[in-house]
Design a binder for this molecule. Sequence first.
Ligand SMILES: [Zn+2]
Length: 421
Amino acid sequence: MRRGTNLLAVGGFNQSVILDRIRRSPEGLSRVEIAAVTGLSAQTVSNVSRRLLDSGMVREGEKRNVGPGKPRTLLHLDPTGMYAIGVHLDPTVVTYVLLDLSGNVVADHRAPTPTGLPVAGGPPAAATPDEVIAAMAEQVEAILDRSAVPRERVLGVGIAAPGPVDAARGIVLNPPLLEGWMRVPLREALAEATGLPVLLEKDVTAAAVAEIWTTDDRSRLRDNFAFFYYGTGIGMGLALDREVLRGASDNAGDIGHIRVAATGPLCSCGRHGCIGELVVPHYLVDLAITAGLMPAPYEPLGPGAIDSLFSTLAGAAAAGSPAAIAILEDTARHIAGAVVTITNLLDIDQVVFGGPFWRRIAALALPVIAELVNGDPALISPHPIHLSDSTIGEDVAAIGAGCLVLDHTLSPRPSTLLISE
Ligand SMILES: [Zn+2]
């Protein structure tokens, strides 16, 4: 259930039903067929089709002869009829994508998350939320300019942000890794700055949305799955029967305090062994420095340094360094522990792995996780757990944020019925 986002419901329930049918029929669909499969009256189908043709979201194709009577004109989705923008706010980098109506990436762009003035002796301070939002608005304009997409063809902007969020109000609450962000009304601020409708979603949920939207093939993406998001922090997006699970406050999927070891760094919760501390890139970099795999830095590590040292660690493991391999194997074991807990809880049969830091360790970590999960005596499921890499790549959360906007327009949901046409 989504609230407070009526702006994007451009045509109401019947329009979503018809658009959804057309979208799922690459060979095209006639008005008569649409009426038959939707149960809507011929008059309603005709009226809505006219509106969709006028809006550019649908185009008329060839005529097809179906028995007696005049040939029927087929309706097709026009991918260039409308667009959506997805933005992923990460503590290190902000990713922008422009999607067409089919969900294809037309343009993308990454920019470092703005930083403020350096603090004496340390890495640059975080920029204020206002500075970050202003930079976001500029980049949204820039991606539209570069791709020459007319503004009136943009349905809206979806933002994927680190949790916790208040999605109903469009507020980023207090993400542990975004310094200075405390109850920031990001949705309204970006809507004001861009003049476009804006949606806000937790990043891990957006990643799960992206998987569902871009993968129809059930052999590649099961109906019940989790998305393990490996970024500056970690989290899980959850989907049951191909619907993402948001929970009471849209913050489902926070796995950070699942304890997967008896020891480990002290967590903000006062305990040791929480996965959110044990597997994150900055901790692995600390371990690699302690193991002598790289020189100790002279100053506290900023996001850029962690990113590059993490690549060094992954490279050392790939080159066969026993110390580096040991660090990543421990990481895989910790992740496997959390995966077993989550799969037991929800009876899902697939976990997809992705996020900005995942690809660098995937080749080593994924087979270890798969073996540990499926061989774990604590695994209750009578079916094997399928573990896979996301096929979407590092932009998965941004693409998911854009898909959310498309989803609002194209997917019929009972909640859309609340909005009058
Ligand atoms: Zn904890």
